[in-house]
Design a protein around this ligand. Structure first.
Ligand code: ADP
Ligand code: MG
Length: 627
């Protein structure tokens, strides 16, 4: 067969592998063993679910062999193998493998992070080898093929002879360089320690021929002499990590499992090892990742846990095990209560699975609660990555899960700009504070400068600064927390007795002027009013009713954006000098009044983070005043 080109993305990744300066080249072995184990899983599953097939446990194994003269390392498995098409598909393209979805946003990152972020799969072989062959025979097929490649220039596939199903992957190790010795991958102790480090819990035996010194029978009185014997040995312990006792395991073990399974490319913030024995019986290892997967807040992200039935993998991503609001959790569940033959549709209705899901959900919740209580720094890190998802969880499904989630929320507080829980906020509210106050905006820095916050802040009341689109919607859904209602600082009634209860008087006294200004603004606002909350700023916009200006912004920006309007009120600070000029203009110069009114309105828009309606008009107006 003529040489085939790799698909474009694969070629790029391959080049990265070949030229990799990646310090952890050794992980290639983990990747290849993991593929071998996956292939045996598939075979094992077939054998278990098809009565016509008879297999012995001894039929499943992985073997590592070295040839020091030829400088090759071979990984043999008795898995399901690949057909010619599968070879083409799986080793000619990467995007297929699911381990690598190349997105344009990653193009800018350097190769190093890409390798780190995605893990590397089969092609990692090229970090240590300059030629790789894969001889394979698919289960149930008569033909066997060998795939061969020396790197980015392409690959060939030729027929070959092979007795049984499975794959034999041979790495022709690179020549040693000054900085790097590839010979180490021919050393027994090195391979053994790599298996221990990364693949110890693989459920199938990983065998190696090891040399042993054995004493040769000696004559009486003579020193015994030794001879080297080669003997096959299983190097991994084969006990799946989730079956082991927690006391035998270290954080490093859990981290290694996380990496091996490619649950994520970060270091998990926390792991949970569950051994549940009661109404339902299951083992699970769950992780709370530290950082957001690159596709997390997109439609592409698939939630789910690996599902095993008595140690046999039956599903890669069982979505039914996790509610959407905990979709960031990674890990696996193994239960004896599930049938091996269960189909996806049946699984959805399975009572046992539902019980497990419910149980898991509670465990995750308490894990997060204790993280919040005992390891605040870690929790804040977690919340930075996944807090938005929790807030969506509060808001979605008509607030069905708000009780579960409300105590897991954090908001930036005006006090020391720290993250606080609702409970912390409420527990330190002074007696005369009626509401839980919040303010919305693009960033904490901008919210701080909002004139609307002046009165509340002056009173010394704490304000929650909401910077996420979803925040205010989530609070509206919660409605009240420990009998305290939420109040936007720019809403009509703040429940604060103003020191100067003059504003209604002022409204009456200036009714004519305010009507006139409203007319000048032609329906853009519902009312002009004397402000109770402004101290130093001349104007601000506030809203009446349920819909705030921030919510209007969010709703309008949505794909099928609703044309929804908040009822806006233009508030004037009657103690500000600007107000005197307004009054004067109203008496003497109507054109000036119109100019001032429009300027003030546009100022209020700008402060609110809304665009001025006509920038040219606006700047012209400013110039008019200057001359
Ligand atoms: P991933 O394991 O994430 O799918 P890889 O790059 O490691 O990605 O492998 C790509 C694909 O090649 C696998 O999904 C599998 O279909 C196939 N494959 C790799 N190694 C083997 C093997 N030893 N036996 C059978 N199939 C294999
Ligand atoms: Mg793989």
């Amino acid at each position: 067969m003529a040489k085939q080109e790799f698909k474009a993305e694969s070629k790029r990744l391959l080049e990265m592998m070949i030229n990799s300066i990646y310090t952890q080249k050794e992980i290639f072995l983990r990747e290849l063993i993991s593929n071998a184990s996956d292939a045996i899983d598939k075979m094992y599953y077939k054998a278990l679910t098809d009565e016509k097939l008879v297999f012995n446990k001894e039929d499943y194994f992985i073997k590592l062999t070295v040839d020091k003269d030829a400088r090759t390392l071979t990984i043999t498995d008795t898995g399901i193998g690949m057909t010619k098409d599968e070879l083409e598909e799986n080793l000619g393209t990467i995007a297929k493998s699911g381990s690598l979805a190349f997105k344009s946003e990653n193009e800018t990152k350097d190769d190093h992070t890409i390798i780190g972020q995605f893990g590397v799969g089969f092609y990692s072989a090229f970090m240590v080898a300059d030629k790789v062959t894969v001889a394979t025979k698919a289960f149930g097929s008569e033909e066997a093929y060998v795939w061969e490649s020396t790197g980015a220039d392409g690959y060939t596939i030729e027929p070959t002879a092979k007795d049984s199903a499975g794959s034999v992957i041979t790495l022709y190790l690179k020549a040693n360089t000054e900085d790097e010795s590839y010979d180490e991958y021919l050393q027994e102790y090195r391979l053994r320690s790599l298996v221990k480090k990364y693949s110890d819990f693989i459920r199938y035996p990983i065998k190696m021929d090891v040399t042993k010194s054995v004493p040769v029978e000696s004559q009486d009185g003579e020193e015994p002499t030794y001879t080297e014997l080669s003997e096959e040995e299983t190097v991994n312990s084969m006990v799946p990590i989730w079956r082991k006792n927690k006391s035998e395991l270290t954080d490093e073990d859990y981290e290694a499992f996380y990496a091996e399974k490619r649950y994520g490319f970060d270091k998990p913030l926390k792991h949970l090892h569950l051994k549940v024995d009661g109404n339902i019986v299951y083992n699970a290892i769950l992780y709370i990742p530290e950082s957001t997967p690159f596709d997390y807040y997109t439609k592409e992200y698939e939630k789910g846990l690996e599902l095993y039935s008595s140690g046999v993998l039956i599903m890669n991503k069982c979505a039914d095990l996790l509610p959407d609001y905990f979709s960031f959790v990674k890990g696996m569940v193994d239960s004896e209560d599930l049938s091996l033959n269960i189909s996806r549709e049946m699984l959805q209705h399975d009572r046992q699975l539902k019980l497990i899901a419910k149980n898991i959900q509670n465990k995750i919740k308490s894990a997060l609660q204790s993280l919040l209580k005992d390891e605040r720094d870690k929790y804040e890190k977690f919340f930075e990555s996944f807090g938005r998802q929790l807030k969506y969880g509060v808001y979605s499904d008509y607030g069905m899960n708000k009780e579960t989630l409300q105590d897991l929320l954090l908001f930036t507080s005006s006090k020391e700009k720290k993250q606080v829980t609702l409970d912390e906020y409420v527990s330190r509210m002074p007696e005369d504070q009626k509401y839980i106050y919040y303010a919305t905006g693009q960033s904490v820095e901008r919210i701080e400068k909002l004139p609307q916050t002046e009165l509340v802040a002056d009173k010394g009341f704490e304000i929650l600064y909401l910077t996420d689109d979803i925040d205010e919607f989530a609070l509206k859904m919660i409605m009240n927390y420990k009998d305290k209602e939420f109040r936007n600082v720019s809403s009509g009634d703040l429940g604060i007795e103003s020191d100067e209860p003059k504003s209604e008087e002022e409204d009456r006294a200036n009714a004519g002027l305010f009507e006139e200004m409203k007319g000048l603004l032609g329906g853009k606002i519902k009312e002009v009013r004397a402000s109770k909350r402004l101290k130093s700023h001349p104007v601000c916009l506030t809203s009446e009713g349920e819909l705030s200006i921030e919510m209007e912004k969010v709703l309008r920006a949505m794909p099928n954006g609703q044309d929804i309007q908040a009822d806006k009120v233009l508030e004037i600070n009657v103690n500000h000098e600007v107000f005197r000029s307004l009054k004067e203009a109203a008496e003497k110069d109507k054109e000036k009044l119109s100019l001032y009114t429009n300027l003030l309105y546009n100022q209020a828009l700008l402060i609110e983070g809304l665009p001025v309606e006509d920038p040219v008009d606006f700047t012209n107006a400013i110039c008019k005043i200057m001359v």
